[in-house]
Design a protein around this ligand. Structure first.
Ligand code: ADP
Ligand code: MG
Length: 569
């Protein structure tokens, strides 16, 4: 075939493919337009998974009558005027591609009125061309109705999933924007039924309640910018705020992580990783946190023009943003993490593990628990405790300023060791115990492979191991925490375990093993002195409330609870 420039219609279809992947993409673009127009009320209606009909109604600024048809021309936008503006994008849209892309793959009706016009404007487009234009009454705002989506693009239609799945994607988009804009009242109506409705009162916690329910909202911790903390360079320009779930609020998938960059919903593996790093040691493996995070930074620090759907962004200083997010989340977790209360503890931890939630399920607009019963957010770190004694050779009983505390001796000690090793690792200053004579360690061929590959990680925690012939290694020093312990057995076990793990998980596995091995066991009698030492260390360790596997270390029976249970109040 000879080379030819494609006709306008084909070009439009190709371009549309990048913007409109599925019905939820249409919803995203229309909601973004409504938000850019300053709407305070946005209603989204979907039928037939969005393929039947989609309608987005807003009370925003509207489109002036003379510009309505122009809005459907490719690259027509009111949001930027030239290349310089691309450096400083403050609106959600800017490419001028959404409306023409939608009109290229569906029949579209527009009804809009701006303050400047006495009457509204009605437009109907088929195959991307205006087939009808008329004046029609309407209050200020815009309604876009999209019907027969992909009817003329059978290839795309074939790739869509079930109605329920597509509706799920639509609910996902609307929920994310409801979280990003708590001051906007959203309503989502799916197949004629209201599936989500937010108050638009303006507080993030209200939006979180509307989207996730009261029980989840009650376990969210506030993320705030640091007070008076020294921040340098780009990090100083980044402000991270929002809410993150207490570790017990864990989920099977990553669908409960929402990131907004200058209030644009984005997906980012980097940001996901930053948050998960902050939870390291607080969640069980395979579980993921809940988070709603707003990252605000000067528009020039972020490039939003890297993806036609604008769902990914590039930061000028990726590492700086990563650090800021990780620190902000960590700060929230450390300073606000509640000590679990008796009664709530087992229920909360059990329900988290027994109700696996996959990716995203459309929000249920039914609070599952009255707000007053939401667990109280208690003190930051552990209060100073007076050791009373040991029960069942497993738990330390202690008295605090507000009642009784039960401490799981193994979990607590494991946590203390974990935090200590982790800190030494971060500071690259492992506490080492040199051996009087090097010990020869003979290993199997597969173990030799692993040991060779993980030697550096082991060294970071204080193991000095060197190769001595094919299958023999010489150990010259071990982590001080393991002095006097059977570290040889630990090393062998570890090599076994690492062989079944992805290499990226090795570090964490080594850390967890070192923390667990040598920690006080359950069933071990402790002297008063030993118990006191353990409790003192727990009081000062950075993350006293859970063991590295995410289980609680401390259970609190408050004075009020005791009085109530004894019928004194
Ligand atoms: P972009 O949002 O990138 O500018 P669109 O194709 O989505 O491109 O929209 C084109 C233009 O139409 C916008 O720049 C805006 O001026 C106008 N517009 C679209 N939707 C609305 C709306 N809901 N309210 C007011 N103006 C709108
Ligand atoms: Mg747009």
């Amino acid at each position: 075939m000879p080379i030819k420039v494609l006709d306008k219609n084909t070009i439009g279809q190709i371009a549309a493919g990048e913007v409109v992947e599925r019905p939820a993409s249409v919803v995203k673009e229309l909601v973004e337009n409504a938000l850019d127009a300053g709407a305070t009320q946005i209603t989204v209606e979907a039928r037939g998974g969005g393929v039947g009909r989609l309608r987005v109604t807003d009370n925003g600024a509207g489109i002036p009558a003379g510009e309505a048809a122009l809005a459907f021309e490719r690259h027509a936008t009111s949001k930027i005027t030239g290349p310089a503006d691309l450096e400083n994008i403050a609106s959600l849209g800017f490419r001028g591609e959404a409306l023409p892309a939608i009109a290229a793959v569906a029949d579209v009706e527009l009804l809009t009125r701006s303050d400047a016009d006495a009457a509204g404007t009605y437009l109907r487009l088929e195959g991307g061309a205006v087939v009808k234009e008329a004046a029609q009454a309407r209050a200020r705002g815009t309604t876009v109705t999209v019907a027969g989506l992909f009817r003329r693009v059978p290839a795309r239609l074939k790739f869509l999933k079930t109605t329920a799945t597509e509706n799920g994607h639509i609910a996902n988009i609307v929920s994310r924007y409801a979280l990003a804009y708590p001051e906007v009242a959203f309503e989502l109506i799916i197949e004629g039924k209201t599936s989500l409705k937010t108050s638009g009162r303006g507080r993030l916690i209200d939006a979180v309640i509307d989207v996730y329910g009261v029980a989840t909202a009650g376990k969210m911790l506030a993320v705030r910018p640091p007070e008076g903390e020294f921040a340098a360079g780009a990090e100083a320009a980044v402000s991270v705020s929002g809410m993150v779930g207490a570790p017990e609020l864990d989920r099977v998938g990553r669908g409960h992580l929402s990131f907004f960059v200058n209030r644009r919903w984005v997906t980012s593996r980097r940001l996901t990783y930053a948050v998960e790093e902050a939870y390291r040691g607080l969640l069980m493996t395979g579980r993921h946190p809940v988070a709603v995070l707003n990252i605000a930074l000067p528009p020039a620090e972020v490039d939003v023009n890297i993806h036609p759907a604008k769902s990914e962004v590039k930061f000028r200083d990726e590492a700086g943003v990563f650090r800021a997010v990780q620190r902000a989340v960590r700060r929230a977790l450390v300073s606000e993490m509640p000590v679990p209360q008796v009664g709530e503890t087992t229920a909360a931890y059990r329900s988290a593990s027994s109700s696996p939630q996959t990716a995203w399920s459309p929000p249920v607009n039914r609070p599952d628990m009255p707000l007053s019963e939401a667990p109280p957010m208690l003190a930051a770190t552990l209060p100073v405790l007076r050791v009373v004694g040991q029960v069942m050779r497993a738990y330390i009983v202690a008295e605090g300023p507000d009642g009784l505390y039960l401490i799981d001796q193994h979990a607590a000690h494991e946590r203390i060791r974990y935090d200590k090793l982790r800190q030494q690792r971060t500071e690259a200053r492992p506490e080492v115990q040199g051996l009087l004579e090097p010990v020869a360690l003979e290993v199997t061929p597969p173990q030799a492979q692993i040991l060779g590959a993980c030697r550096e990680s082991l060294a970071a925690y204080g193991f000095a191991v060197e190769s001595f012939g094919e299958r023999t290694y010489l150990v010259r020093a071990v982590p001080a925490l393991l002095a006097g312990e059977d570290w040889e057995a630990l090393l062998r076990d570890l090599l076994e375990e690492l062989s079944g793990e992805a290499r990226s998980d090795w570090e964490e596995r080594i850390l967890a093993s070192l923390a667990c091995h040598g920690a006080v066991r359950s069933g071990q009698a402790l002297s008063d002195e030993e118990m006191r030492a353990l409790v003192r260390q727990l009081e000062t360790t950075p993350n006293p409330h859970t063991c590295p596997h995410g289980r609680p270390t401390v259970i609190h029976l408050s004075a009020a609870r005791l009085e109530r249970d004894f019928g004194r109040s």
